[in-house]
Design a protein around this ligand. Structure first.
Ligand code: 57M
Length: 357
């Protein structure tokens, strides 16, 4: 919005020319989201505490009873700063921006209803898993169809590290893209079990996609790197910057000992946003590398459940895998910081795939 209001002034004052640059607006979006969350954070924590929107804590597993009553639904803070900042700084005529904003908002509403039920009924069961999954699939299929039916859609799938292997999935692309969005959303949700554990890798992934979206949106850079050139993808850089800024602001309050949890309103929406950016810039497979932590957390649950059903034995002391390390006696902050380090390594591996092919 600011872009539309201020850029035309460059005809009178040349200094307003700066609003043309995506790099400038991305930096501005990051800072806007960061300061918005600093500003609104204490108010939201106060409101949620007064409304007694405290997290019910499960009695099984690692002892988290000291966290009982920590306000949840902090995702509202992230979504507010992310969406306001994106709408202020991006080109509102860009369909990619509206696609990711729409999906993020849709998953946020789904997560909000889930959280609301949990806190008002004071137990850990929100919406039925099947119902949540159904609506996640509907929204993700909507995004997949928007991409697939675009006249400029390139049917070839980019496979990291393999330049010449670009399978054409035809219409199967639609379920694949939807699967990626739903899996990313649930992966972030499963990861969100320790202070700072989910938001760190979310920001690292958003920072990586910031670079990838900029490259995809710049025809010259895309050609040089041999990646798909996506018209308008540069505007997603602004969304990614706002996600990093909003995430940093949230981390201020979510750092151990957390004053605020993001809740499903945050985890479902942020995971969905990452999945959507990956499909929009056509780096679907690379998301599994960039978001490797979410993949490992999800796989640990699948392996645990499958092993228990088939053999009656557990592979991990407890799944998702961060609980395994808690049960081994690792302090919470050690697990969190080590998972961040692994995320940074994975982001670097993902970025190196642009050249190593
Ligand atoms: C959400 N939610 C946290 C908070 C956060 C199928 C099964 C593996 C599902 C899994 C599950 O329910 N995962 C989804 C995990 C909860 O956090 C809330 O939920 C939001 C995210 N959706 O924002 O509002 C608790 O996590 C802790 N937390 C923090 N700091 C944070 O910044 O400390 C969260 C954010 C909070 C707080 O304690 O209350 C959660 O874990 O409930 N289920 C599990 O993870 C359970 N695992 C399990 O049952 N494993 C079994 C089988 C089924 C695989 C096994 O290994 O045999 C464990 N969850 C917990 N305790 N809490 C069991 C032990």
């Amino acid at each position: 919005m600011l872009y539309h209001l201020l850029y035309p002034l460059h005809e009178v004052f040349s200094v307003f020319n700066v609003f043309r640059y995506i790099t400038f607006r991305t930096a501005a979006a990051t800072l806007t989201a960061l300061f918005l969350s600093f500003l609104v954070g204490p108010w939201i924590i106060d409101r949620l505490s007064k409304l007694r929107v405290g997290q019910p804590i499960r009695e099984i597993g690692p002892d988290h009873q000291d966290k009982a009553g920590t306000p949840t639904m902090g995702g509202l803070l992230i979504l507010l700063s992310l969406l306001v900042s994106t709408l202020l700084w991006s080109d509102l005529g860009n369909r990619l921006v509206w696609t990711v904003v729409g999906l993020t908002l849709g998953y946020g509403i789904l997560g909000f209803i889930d959280d609301y039920r949990k806190v008002t009924r004071s137990n850990s069961d929100g919406i039925r898993a099947r119902t949540k999954f159904f609506w996640q699939c509907v929204l993700a299929l909507g995004v997949a169809l928007v991409i697939y039916t675009d006249p400029g859609f390139d049917r070839e799938l980019a496979v990291p590290f393999f330049k010449d292997f670009t399978p054409n999935l035809g219409v199967l692309y639609v379920p694949l893209a939807a699967f990626i969005i739903v899996a990313a959303s649930n992966g972030v949700n499963l990861t969100d079990g320790l202070d700072g554990l989910a938001i760190g890798p979310v920001m690292i992934a958003a920072g990586t996609f910031l670079i990838l979206a900029y490259a995809a949106g710049h025809a010259g850079i895309a050609e040089y790197l041999g990646i798909k050139s996506i018209s308008g993808a540069g505007q997603l850089t602004i969304f990614c910057g706002a996600l990093v800024g909003g995430g940093l602001g949230f981390l201020w309050f979510n750092a151990s000992p957390a004053q605020l949890f993001m809740g499903d309103v945050g985890s479902l929406a942020l995971g969905g946003a990452l999945g959507t950016i990956a499909v929009l810039i056509r780096q679907e497979i690379l998301l599994a590398v960039v978001g490797g932590i979410f993949v490992v957390e999800t796989l640990s649950v699948i392996i645990q459940v499958a092993s228990f059903k088939l053999t009656g034995k557990r592979v991990f002391l407890m799944a998702p895998i961060h609980h395994h390390y808690e049960q081994l006696g690792w302090p919470e902050q050690k697990i969190v910081v080590r998972f961040w380090i692994i995320s940074i390594i994975l982001a670097l591996v993902a970025l190196s795939s642009l050249k190593l092919r």
